[in-house]
Design a protein around this ligand. Structure first.
Ligand SMILES: Cc1ncc(C[n+]2csc(CCOP(=O)(O)OP(=O)(O)O)c2C)c(N)n1
Ligand SMILES: *[C@@H]1O[C@H](CO)[C@@H](O)[C@H](O)[C@H]1NC(C)=O
Ligand SMILES: *[C@@H]1O[C@H](CO)[C@@H](O)[C@H](O)[C@H]1NC(C)=O
Length: 615
């Protein structure tokens, strides 16, 4: 146990280093760091269990700095702990230094990227759930948030999740420093209101003097002793604490101290009994070696459909993810109260211990999945209606920076859902998922390719989107057909094709129907199942377009921008002279029977045949 004087000295040392490093980068948030100096000191040198030689050790406690703009003090704490030399802190935010403005997992001591406020607690809750239910280890998870940040709704989605699952290994730390970026926070120092809110969300809630190491140690001990519910530590602090003339003052957010730094450091060091506090060893976890994600995950049984059978791709998702769960105990599934529509309930039935119901809170759904996937603990499959993933776009965007390993499966794609109408129809989801760096986007058209898409997703480290459909569609492929990322399938061809029609999901089946109609008129078309929207099979598209008189028609159940049409147009830019027609959903759709909607919005077999005739 480090004594309080040493912890106070370390806290002040962290303040000094935060001031110096932000001055060196001439940017950053020293006052944001100063308010959490004591809690960082106590966490690192009294509370958390860490393996310094192996910061991503599975057995260690987790710390999520949700208020990511306090990055300099996180870096300072690891330097003071001895992970790297303190001098390196002065390279903060430089182009060749991984100590970036906000934390990312390029750093071995960071699990999830933060800096978009309000997301860390969901990730932390995913880690805490994983500790309890999948790893069955006693590591604890700490998450530090700002008080301005606490206005984010996603924080309260995560609070609700954590209390529902009784995550007593999770500590939510609120740094109530009264100030935000441009003005004071709504609640300022109304500690009782924060306490009442946290209690209402089922947390054991403790208001603590956040600048008193003794009080902080006691609060962490109380959290550890609390069983059956998570703990909220609500720290009363001051922004810029310890910096004369700046502490608790407005207009100091995100500003290095510049020429005021020297006096500030002198004042802070004046309070230290030792300006270079002696090294305090971090506590070590008891080491166990739990299973990690295996290097290859397969469907326990191959797809088993008969030719001509009709099966919805959303149903095939349920079948596939349950089989992948047989293939590896590290495959988990999460859903947001749509499990009997997305068919994630088939996974729940097969593997009840590995299904997480996240209720109707899609930002938290994705954040929890990101957390569950950290340190290769699990491979999370996340499902909801494809439309509702748009609510979590920021979590997905941050997931890319976090190097997250999350498989998103969105059902109810497009107008083909029919009667429920436009609020339920995903028509911008492909655009969204295509834009995420490193993502894969699969749009399977039958149950066989859906099962294989899920298997490919499980074996790719990164964010994958699989778009499934509501209506039952005919099986197109033999059960042993091989699918690959970046490879399309030509499902109909002749030596006299007049156009290449590219579709996916319901529109592929419409294209095949159009091909039948046109064949009776003596016109042949080639039909391509794009399957992998990203990466797209540029080679096959260019070759087949050339073989079809340079006439290409893309037909998709998606809005005009950012979908398959744009992806194909990008490929065809390399083949000047190719004519591209784009059939897609233009304008806001409405309720109606699916087949009527496909006609009205111009993506049915009839519209495709007409487009070919016009060529
Ligand atoms: C989602 C989101 N919105 C806005 C910002 C910009 N921003 C960064 S810090 C900040 C103020 C945060 O205040 P608080 O949570 O109280 O943290 P403090 O710096 O006071 O510790 C804002 C608005 C952001 N990073 N993320
Ligand atoms: C955790 O650290 C211990 C001790 O260094 C080591 O034996 C163990 O292999 C590490 N575990 C993992 C998963 O890296
Ligand atoms: C989902 O389950 C509920 C409860 O069993 C049932 O009432 C509802 O009809 C189901 N919905 C779908 C889309 O199957």
């Amino acid at each position: 146990m480090a004594d309080d004087q040493v912890l106070n000295d370390v806290a002040n040392r962290l303040r000094v280093l935060s001031i110096q490093s932000t001055n060196a980068s001439n940017s950053g948030h020293p006052t944001t760091c100063a308010s959490i100096a004591e809690v960082m000191s106590v966490l690192f040198f009294d509370e958390m269990k860490q393996v310094l030689s192996d910061p991503r050790n599975a057995s260690s406690d987790r710390l999520v700095l949700s208020k990511g703009h306090a990055a300099p003090i996180l870096y300072a704490a690891w330097a003071v702990a001895g992970l790297f030399p303190e001098e390196r802190l002065m390279d903060l935010r430089k182009i060749d230094c991984e100590l970036e403005g906000h934390p990312t997992p390029k750093l071995e001591f960071v699990d999830v990227a933060t800096g978009s406020l309000g997301q860390g607690l969901s990730c932390a809750a995913g880690m805490a759930y994983t500790a309890k239910h999948f790893d069955k280890l006693d590591y604890r998870v700490y998450c530090i948030m700002g008080d301005g940040e606490a206005a984010e709704g996603s924080v309260w989605e995560a609070m609700n999740f954590a209390q529902h699952y009784k995550l007593d290994n999770l500590v939510a730390i609120f740094d109530i420093n009264r100030l935000g970026q441009s003005e004071a926070t709504c609640l300022q120092h109304q500690m009782d209101v924060y306490k009442a809110r946290c209690e209402a969300f089922g947390f054991h809630s403790i208001v603590v003097d956040g600048h008193c190491v003794k009080a902080l140690k006691a609060a962490f001990a109380e959290a550890r002793a609390t069983k059956g519910k998570p703990t909220a530590l609500i720290l009363k602090t001051f922004k810029g604490r310890g910096i004369p003339g700046i502490e608790d003052q407005e207009n100091w957010h995100g500003k290095p101290l510049g020429d005021k730094a020297a006096a500030a450091i002198q004042a802070i060091e004046g309070k230290m009994s030792n300006k270079r506090p002696s090294k305090v060893p971090m506590k070590a976890p008891s080491i166990s070696a739990p299973a990690t994600v295996p290097s290859a995950i397969s469907l326990s049984k191959p797809p088993a459909y008969s030719q001509g059978e009709k099966v919805a791709t959303r149903l095939a998702y349920g079948t596939a993810v349950a089989k992948l769960g047989e293939g590896s105990t590290r495959v988990i599934a999460l859903d947001a109260e749509t499990k009997n529509s997305t068919y994630a309930d088939k996974f729940k039935k097969a593997h009840p211990d590995r299904f997480i119901e996240c209720f109707i809170a899609e930002q938290n759904l994705v954040g929890v999945a990101v957390g569950c996937g950290t340190r290769k603990r699990t491979v999370p499959f996340v499902s909801t209606f494809a439309a509702f993933f748009t609510r979590a776009f920021d979590q997905l965007r941050m997931g890319a920076i976090s190097q997250a390993n999350v498989k998103c499966v969105g059902s109810h794609a497009g107008i083909s859902i029919g009667e429920d109408g436009p609020s339920q129809m995903a028509l911008e989801d492909i655009a969204m998922f295509r834009s995420i760096p490193g993502s894969l986007v699969f749009y399977p058209s039958d149950a066989v390719s859906t099962e294989r898409a899920c298997e490919l997703a499980a074996n790719y480290h990164g964010i994958v989107f699989i778009r499934t459909s509501r209506p039952a569609t005919t099986i197109l492929y033999p059960n042993d057909e091989v699918f690959e990322p970046g490879k399309c399938k030509i499902v109909r061809k002749s030596s006299s094709d007049r156009a290449l029609v590219i579709g996916a999901g319901v529109t592929l089946h419409e294209a095949l129907a159009a091909a039948e109609t046109l064949a009776k008129e003596g016109v042949n078309i080639r039909v391509c199942d794009i399957f992998s929207v990203k990466p797209i099979d540029g080679t096959a598209i260019l070759q087949n377009a050339a073989e079809c008189g340079n006439n290409v028609i893309v037909v998709e159940d998606h809005y005009e921008q950012g979908g398959i049409g744009d992806a194909v147009a990008h490929v065809l830019a390399q083949a000047p002279g190719t004519k591209l027609r784009h059939l897609c959903v233009r304008g806001i759709p409405r309720s109606g029977p699916p087949s009527v909607l496909l006609d009205v919005f111009g993506i049915s077999a009839k519209s495709i045949a007409q487009a070919v005739r016009e060529i």
